[in-house]
Write a protein that binds this ligand. Sequence first.
Ligand code: FE
Ligand code: FE
Ligand code: ZN
Length: 277
Amino acid sequence: MLRIGCHLSFTNGYAGMARDAIEIGANVFQFFTRNPRGGRAKPVDLDDIAEYNRIAAENGISPIVAHAPYTMNPSAADEGLREFAVNTMSDDLMRLNHIPGSLYNFHPGNHVKQGVEIASQKIIDLLNQLVRVDSQTVILLETMAGKGTEVGRTFEEIRFLIDGVEDSSRIGVCLDTCHVYDGGYDLKNNLDGVITEFDNIIGLNRLRAVHLNDSKFGLGSHKDRHAKIGEGELGLDAIVRIINHPALRNLPFYLETPNDLEGYKAEIRLLKDLYRD
Ligand code: FE
Ligand code: FE
Ligand code: ZN
């Protein structure tokens, strides 16, 4: 069975997201742990969480991805900004202990003027602090498009980060199809080749989730603009090959396409129809 869902709004809490997921035919979903700008998180609502865990168990919703605020920069030159990122992410991980089996996804960061090497060391420091948090949640590094000075555009950069973590047993990777294609890996014409390269450099055992997006711009454009499924440069055929590929087909897929709930519902229905059971 295809595990597919999309990014949902936290407005009505965990139970609200579970109801939205059921409404649109999703069996997984993603949400922001707090305002993307990195503001305060809502207090933990245990009633909401209990209700969520009940609905999720009854409907087979799992795993959910909590996405860290993307404007935080764990590799910032400024120590205060880095400390803010560590504190925010540690707090997110503690909260996620209420949702067993959840995943925590974040963007490695922007090196700005420091260069990838120095920034990478800072990200590794952050990861070493995060894996010490008392948590079962798997932490995912998202593959990036290489827009501006993003770290994590190449599989080698991701591998370097993982290698620096003392205990990497809870570190995984989330592959974003828009980012990877936009970052220069030809998922459209050479899917097998890209998957083999991922396996050789990072290891498919690290791959825990896929952000399923079409790309508004072409191969290697480094623009990070998501498109609706079939309306971008990747195209529907390539996306159908991705969800059915033996190395990927059992992973959970999360749509981050520019859509409202109705639009997501239609994309989920389309992809379920095109998934080979
Ligand atoms: Fe992301
Ligand atoms: Fe993404
Ligand atoms: Zn993106």
